[in-house]
Design a protein around this ligand. Sequence first.
Ligand SMILES: Cc1ncc(COP(=O)(O)O)c(C=O)c1O
Length: 386
Amino acid sequence: MNPLWGPDWPSVKARWTLDPAIAFLNHGSFGATPRSVLDAQQAWREQMERRPVEFLYRRLPSLLGDVREEVAAFLRADPAGVVFVPNATTGVATVLAAADLGPGDEVLTTDHAYPAVLNALASTAASTRAHISAVLVPVPLPRPEEIAELVAARITERTKLALVDHVTSSTGAIFPIGTIVALCRQREIPVLVDAAHAPGMLPVDLEELNPDFWIGNFHKWVCAPKGAAALFVSKEHRAAVRPLVPSHGYGSGLHAEFDWTGTNDPTAHLSIPAALRFMADLGWDRLRRHNHELAGLGRSLVAEAAGTAALMSGDQFGSMSLVALPEGTAATPEDAAALQARLYDEAHIEVPLMPWHDRVFVRLSAQAYNCPGDYERLAAALPALL
Ligand SMILES: Cc1ncc(COP(=O)(O)O)c(C=O)c1O
C-alpha cells in the first residue's frame, strides 16, 4: 500500500488549504499551493511592502537571479537561457512573436495542444498569414514511436516551427518529446515544447532534451503560487526573443529584459524555491509514484463505473489519467459543462470533463493530497448522473 494513502494521509492533505468538503480531482488546471508555500510568499510580500523601492528596484534583480539558478538546476538547463514569465500562455505567445512567421509558413502542432494555445496559433496565423498544421493523434493513443512518426511525417519545407506538448491537457497523455525534438532538430525545424505540466510531474532534463524553446509552469505540479512559469530559450535564439512588454531592460540582455516588464508582484516566482523544498521534502520519487499509481487506480474505478475501456497504457500518462464517457453521453461541450457543474454542485467533486473532437473525457488528476476515496466518490456519483 502506498505510504501516502496510509494513516499519514490526512496530515499530508492538511498541509494544503483545500476545502476538505470537495474531492479535488483537478490539480491539472491551476495547481494548488500548500500553506507553507503561501506563508513563504506572504513573507516576501511583507519584505516588499516594508521597503518597496529598495525591494523592487535594488534587490529584485539579484533575488530573481538566485531563483533562476535554482530553477535552472531543477530543469538541468543553462541559467543563461532561463527567464521568468507569469504562465505558459505568455511563454507561448512570446515565442510565437519571435518566430518571424510569414505568409505560407507552417506551424506544426497536434490536435492535443491546449485549446488556448491553439487560439494563440490561430491569432498568429491571422496576423502573419502562416498556416497551422495540426497532426491528428488518435485516442486510444498509438505507441510513442508512432506518435513521433506522425508528427515528423507532417514536416514540409515550409515548416517554420513545431509546437508540441510534453504532457497534453485535454487528454493527459505523455508525448515522446525526446524523440520528437530530436526528429525536428535533424530536419532543422525549431521546436517549442509546451511543458506546462511537466515540472514536478516528470523529471525534466533540458540539457538532454535540447529544445529550441521550452515553457513550463511551476504553479501546476511544483505547487508554487499562481503566476510562476519559466521559459527556456536555447543559445541560437536568445538574440531574437523579447518579452511581449518591453520596459527598462530593453536592449540589456535576456535576463534584464524579462526580469522587469513593468510593476508587478514578483512573489510567485520568488516562492518557487519554497515550493521546490516542500515537494522535495515529501520526496519527488515517492510523490511521482504515488500520483501515478493513484491516477491509475482512479482511472480503473471511474472507467468501471462509466462502463468504458482504458485509453492508454500505464507509461503513457503521469499524474493525470483519462476515462472516456460512454458514447452519446454529454454529446456537446454545453452538456459536458452541465454535467461537470452537477458533479460539483450535487456530489462536491471538482473534476474536468474534456470535450475533444466529438467525444468527452473525464480527466483525473492525482496529487499528494488525493486518496482513493476521492475517486470512489466520483465512481459512486457518476452512474446516476450519466
Ligand atoms: C498544455 C498546456 N499548455 C498551456 C497551458 C496554459 O497554462 P497557463 O494557464 O498557466 O498559461 C495549460 C494549462 O492548463 C496546459 O495544460
